[in-house]
Every structure is written in C-alpha cells, then in structure tokens.
Write a protein that binds this ligand. Structure first.
Ligand code: AMP
Ligand code: MG
Length: 418
C-alpha cells in the first residue's frame, strides 16, 4: 500500500479558498488503496483501477438497425416503387446462410447480421407486401438503417479509463467488450467517530443538556455513498487520554480517520492535542461558510480529518473537502461534482472573500427552468434545513449581495449522495 508524505497537509496556516484547498489535495494526496479483482456485477460504485481496452469492435459485424428488408440500393428505382421477391430471412442470432443475390430482398430483423451483398435496409413500416413480394417506396438513402461494424467501439480503443467511479452503464460497457472481472480499488477503510460529552446514542435516554449524535450517522452514510467501508467507533468523550488511544488503535487497521466535533479552540476540544500526540495536525482555515475550521493531519501514518461539530457544516465540508479527499485516496479521477445553473428566487447578503453555500429547494419557474428558494433557517446547526433542501447554492467569493433573478450555481444532492 502506498504511503502519503508525512507533511502532505501542511500549508502555513493562512486562510485558504476552497479551490486552493482542492488544488493542494490534488497535488499532494495520492492513492493509498490496493487493487482487487471483482466480478462485474459487484463493481457498481467502485473506482476502476485499470484502463478497459476493447479486444473487439462493437458491433462486431454490420447489422440491421430495424425490422424490415435488406436490399441492394442499386436495385431500387429512385423515382417509383420497386417490387422485389423475398428470398430469405435473417434474424438476430440467425444469419442468412450464403450471400444474397441482386434483384432480391431479404426479410431482416433488428440486430441481424447484414447478409453479404445488400447495403441498405428498408423499414417494414415503409413497405407493402403482396404475396412473396415486397413493394418499396422511393426516397431511401444508400446505407440506411445499417449499423456498421465498430461504429460503437473500435477494436483496441479504451472504453473506460482508470479512476472512473463505475456507474450502471459502465458495467454494461465492460460486459459489451467481453469482460467478466474488473480490477478496482479496494474500498477505503474509514474509522469514524464523534466527540463531545453532550452526545448520546440514539435510542438511549437524554439527560439535561445532552443531544443525540446525528453527525456520525450522516457521515457514515456520506462515506458509504462515496464508496468507503466504514467502521463506526461510536462517541468518544472529550478526554485526551481516551481520544489518544482510540486514534492510535484506529490508525492500525484503517486508511483514514474521520471525526466530527471537538476541533475548535474551545478548551473542551481535545482532538487537536490527541492527534498531535501521534502525528501532525494542521488547522485548515477555509474561507467558506458554513464550515471553518476543519483539521487535516496524520495519525500513525494515515490521514486524519476532523470536521466541525455543527451538523450542516459537516455536510458542506464533507462535500467540498472530504469527498474529494476520499475519492483521491482510492484513485478517483473525477473529484468535482457538476454544478448546474438555476435562477435565485431570493435575496441574500454575504461577506466578501469567502465562498458560501446556501441550502435551497427547487421549484419550477414555469418556463421549464428551476427557481431556487433559500431555506429560511440558516444556522450551521440546523440539520432539518438540509433534509428539506434539494441541494446547495454556491455563492462565489467576490459576491456580496445576491438579488432575485440572478443565475447561480446549484449542486443537487443527487449528484454527490449516490
Ligand atoms: P463542537 O465543534 O464540538 O464545538 O460542536 C459544535 C456544535 O455541534 C455543538 O452545538 C455540538 O453539540 C454540535 N455537535 C457536535 N457533534 C455533534 C454530533 N455528533 N451530532 C450532533 N451535533 C453535534
Ligand atoms: Mg464538542
């Protein structure tokens, strides 16, 4: 397994934009996982670690794109109907035996090998039958309705590149070139825990001042959706000794440690000291809202990410920093999700020089486009705002006042949570 350099998260402590943070990750973080062969049906969501090169042309041979009649174009009268005898039959998987002859039509079905000779296929809807003869309307082009060998995939071409996160159609593509097993990255083994003396397990009793731990469940689901294998290490008390031993132990059997809570400068926040006892920790002061600070470092040679405790900040920092990081650690090449342009249906003031994400719901604008509405309660601690949102609007650093009607970038949760 590859090792990261031990200062890969160092950065000098200055305030960083999201883009700088991503560039730094792209430059310093490399894949740490090993390869594994996996049967094709199990490959969905895994990151491919080989280029898939097709040993064959797809389709292998010319074939018909429709149900109809295979003919020689030069037999057709360009001005009038043409009448041809039907002299044979070719269906998918059942090619015509022998070549076809000039002056004859061959009954053919979609996917059937083109008989030797004919170059054009008439759609049956455009033909009339009289006994054993087919009557063809004028007006078709030479080569119509014929699929050419290799028009989908040329022999020797790369159909899927290493680093791709496999989608259902990618699995089908691998099957179409004959593969049964693919080499993919092993899932990143992530140790996950929450910190805070106020946290309780859902299902247990809540005493005064305590809350249920929700971040661990949000983060566990986010990490699994990104293709990780998650070990749930529970809630750790704000107690340095326990944190230290839990971190050291987790580092032995995982590729990444993710925590939430306990990283601000409050005196109850012991995560920083615990990490530093076994490695290095760098507070990344990100010019983003919600979300700063986040802590990146290493414990026992594996990367560590400490996220803020506030539930909405957890999701925003995960999507912007942790998700790209985990994909990178597994050799992923597509780190940034697609944003889409929508129209803002609200006004919003923001500070200059920081990037902000606003939780928003989409509603139809009436002209087929979408209007984004801000969720009214904006605090970084408000998880229900995420539940009721469709995604995040990203507001750039230089913007200070968003006015209704302006186009904004929108990240649908569906882009990143599946
Ligand atoms: P902290 O970063 O530890 O100062 O926590 C910031 C806020 O997030 C506090 O209100 C915490 O109670 C809350 N918080 C921290 N961890 C969690 C968690 N695992 N689930 C829900 N809320 C949390
Ligand atoms: Mg705390």
């Amino acid at each position: 397994m590859a090792q990261l350099s031990d200062d890969c998260f160092a950065h000098g402590g200055r305030l960083m934009s999201r883009d700088e943070a991503l560039a730094l990750l792209a430059e310093r973080v490399t894949r740490v996982t090993d390869d594994q062969p996996l049967p094709l049906p199990e490959c969905l969501g895994h990151i491919l670690s080989e280029d898939i090169i097709s040993p064959i042309a797809v389709p292998r041979h010319d074939n018909s794109a429709v149900d109809g009649y295979a003919v020689f174009f030069d037999d057709l009268d360009p001005e009038h109907e043409t009448r041809l005898p039907i002299a044979g039959r070719a269906a998918a998987g059942h090619p015509l035996k022998g070549p076809a002859r000039r002056g004859q039509a061959i009954r053919i079905f979609t996917g059937a090998l083109m008989p030797e000779g004919p170059d054009t296929v008439m759609m049956q809807e455009d033909c009339r039958l009289e006994g054993e003869q087919v009557i063809i309307q004028p007006g078709i082009k030479r080569g119509a309705n014929r699929r050419l060998a290799g028009e989908d995939i040329a022999e020797g071409s790369t159909v899927l590149h290493a680093g791709r996160r496999l989608r259902p159609q990618d699995i089908g593509q691998a099957a179409a070139v004959g593969r049964t097993v693919l080499t993919v990255s092993k899932a990143l083994r992530v140790a996950l825990f929450s910190t805070g003396d106020e946290l309780r397990e859902p299902g247990s009793a809540l005493d005064a001042g305590s809350i249920y731990d929700s971040n661990r469940f949000t983060l566990g689901a986010l990490l699994r959706a990104a293709g990780c294998k998650v070990s749930d290490l529970g809630i750790l008390r704000d107690e340095r000794g326990k944190l230290e031993s839990a971190l050291a132990e987790a580092a032995e059997t995982h590729d990444l440690i993710v925590t939430s809570g306990g990283i601000s400068v409050g005196e109850e926040d012991h995560v920083k000291q615990a990490v530093e006892a076994h490695g290095r920790l760098h507070a990344w002061r990100l010019a983003i809202k919600p979300g700063r600070p986040i802590a990146l470092g290493q414990v026992g040679g594996i990367p560590f990410v400490g996220l803020p405790g506030n539930p909405a900040a957890v999701v925003v920092t995960f999507l912007n920093i942790v998700r790209p990081l985990v994909l990178r650690l597994m050799g992923g090449s597509e780190l940034s999700p697609h944003y889409f342009q929508v129209t803002a249906g609200f006004s919003h003031k923001k500070k200059k020089n920081r990037r902000e994400w606003v939780r928003a719901r989409l509603e139809p604008a009436g002209d087929g486009s979408w209007l984004a509405q801000k969720f009214p309660r904006e605090g970084a601690g408000i998880l229900s705002s995420l539940v009721e949102s469709d995604g995040l609007i990203e507001l750039p650093e230089d913007l200070t006042l968003l006015e209704p009607g302006r186009k904004v970038s929108f990240l649908p949760f569906s882009e990143v949570l599946s």
